[in-house]
Design a binder for this molecule. Structure first.
Ligand code: DGY
Length: 436
């Protein structure tokens, strides 16, 4: 049996780039926003300094409007990735830093809860406390960006205008919105994908989807990535579950941190109160018995069961009764021979247990769901979520994501997507260590 703790340390060190950590070599050779949050937690077990630098480095790319971009291109010489900084052209926005270069969209706001997690691990560490106090206003500024630019009708729920912002790029959740984009050849600039020469193409998004990712990128660029035209024009306009779960969880963490250090948390409390109640009232789909994303362009809930709805447990959004329903669902998947939890509804014809966000198991989602289940007292299910991830990592290694059907894993010797993957190492490590 491999030494999972030693291997996690190896992976995190391997991917460390003198100040930040790449998710995996070649496929993702820069710093990714939400990856960094989980990675920071992983580093803290070996080098608290790395954990701190990881977040400092991410926030060095914060825009004047407060946005923290989804990719930070610390190196301009790395050519294996598309779309690179020259395609994003984030300098169309005068408030984007000249260096480091960055993308023009964001990702789930995990940083508040990551800071609280680090403080729980090292409550009296002076260096960490000083760091948290220094970065706190930047994280609040990031949340203020979301409330200002991504919630124009002041509902308390953020919209995303690109599937990459959800972190769940090719989830079937987005299919109907992407189908609204009817493209002629002249609508797109010429581009060349790099991902499919670095990972098997049946584990990645299709070219139909990539064309639409590029279209939405161009649409963002046209409006300097923060203009009102995005809300007015984007065919893809979603109040995503996970995006709002991360924000709500992080709001609460920032409130807790702020109270500990005597900072003003009034604005955070107002945001939190509004977001929490709007999420509960707008995003619960009683026929599916889960939380669902809301398609602002179509004016309806996105009618699918998927992992973002389950993640609501982590921010303690569900009532006890709703939590019970989510827990029963997870238990039923376990009984039916799935590693829990597949990223998409296994009973849907759109389920694909191999293709990225259309069905595989994702470690950072297991991590959130694990802690969510524990908060509600579902110890038994939490134990399964943890042991499933540990079993997958032990059998297959620290891959980006994993096959979710147990009968298929028996014949596999590897996971899917990138290998030696940083957040897989970090999240698995944290769950192993969490009991001790
Ligand atoms: C990718 O390149 O696949 C990323 O998920 C986009 O950020």
């Amino acid at each position: 049996m491999i030494n999972l703790i030693g291997d996690a340390e190896r992976v995190l060190k391997l991917n460390w780039r003198n100040g930040f950590t790449i998710p995996t070599s070649k496929l993702y050779p820069f710093q990714w926003n939400w990856d960094s949050g989980f990675i920071s937690i992983g580093h803290s077990y070996f080098q608290l300094d790395y954990a701190i630098q990881e977040l400092e480095s991410l926030f060095s790319s914060q825009w004047e409007n407060g946005m923290v971009p989804h990719i930070v291109f610390h190196s301009e010489n790395e050519k294996t990735y598309f779309p690179n900084y020259d395609f994003w052209e984030s300098n169309v926005n005068a408030g984007a830093p000249q260096r480091p270069k960055s993308s023009g969209i964001t990702q789930p706001a995990v940083h508040g809860f990551v800071l609280e997690n680090l403080l729980e691990k090292f409550p009296d560490n002076e260096k960490l406390i000083a760091f948290v106090k220094a970065i706190f206003p930047k994280v609040v500024k990031y949340h203020r960006f979301l409330y200002t630019y991504r919630d124009p009708e002041r509902e308390g729920l953020m919209f995303i205008f690109h599937p990459w912002e959800s972190g769940r790029d090719n989830s079937p959740l987005w299919d109907a919105s992407l189908d609204r984009i009817v493209l002629n050849e002249e609508d797109l600039p010429k581009y060349e994908r790099r991902d499919t020469s670095l990972a098997p193409s049946d584990e990645r998004p299709t070219s139909y989807q990539y064309d639409r990712y590029v279209y939405l990128l161009q649409l963002g660029k046209k409006y300097n990535y923060d203009g009102e035209g995005i809300f007015e024009e984007s065919p893809f306009l979603i109040q995503d579950t996970l995006m709002n779960v991360a924000l709500i969880k992080s709001n609460q963490s920032l409130i807790n941190i702020g109270k500990r250090f005597g900072m003003d948390v009034g604005e955070l409390e107002e945001w939190q109160q509004q977001s929490m109640s709007r999420f509960k009232e707008k995003l619960w789909d009683s026929s599916l018995q889960t939380f669902a994303a809301y398609d602002l362009r179509g004016g309806h809930l996105v009618p699918h069961k998927e992992i973002g709805g389950l993640a609501a447990l982590y921010a303690e959004i569900p009532t006890d009764e709703q939590a019970e329903q989510l827990n029963n669902y997870l238990q039923s998947l376990h009984t039916r021979g799935y590693y829990i939890c597949p990223s998409f509804d296994v009973d849907s014809p759109l389920f694909d247990s191999k293709r990225y966000w259309r069905g595989p198991v994702w470690p950072q989602m297991n991590w959130m769901i694990y802690y969510g289940l524990k908060k509600y007292g579902f110890e038994d299910t939490a134990r399964i979520v943890k042991s499933d991830l540990i079993e997958l990592a032990t059998k297959l290694g620290y891959y980006e994501y994993f096959e979710s059907q147990k009968s298929l894993v028996e014949n596999l010797s590897a996971g899917y997507g990138g290998s030696d993957f940083s957040w897989t190492a970090a999240c698995t490590l944290d769950l192993i260590k969490e009991d001790s």
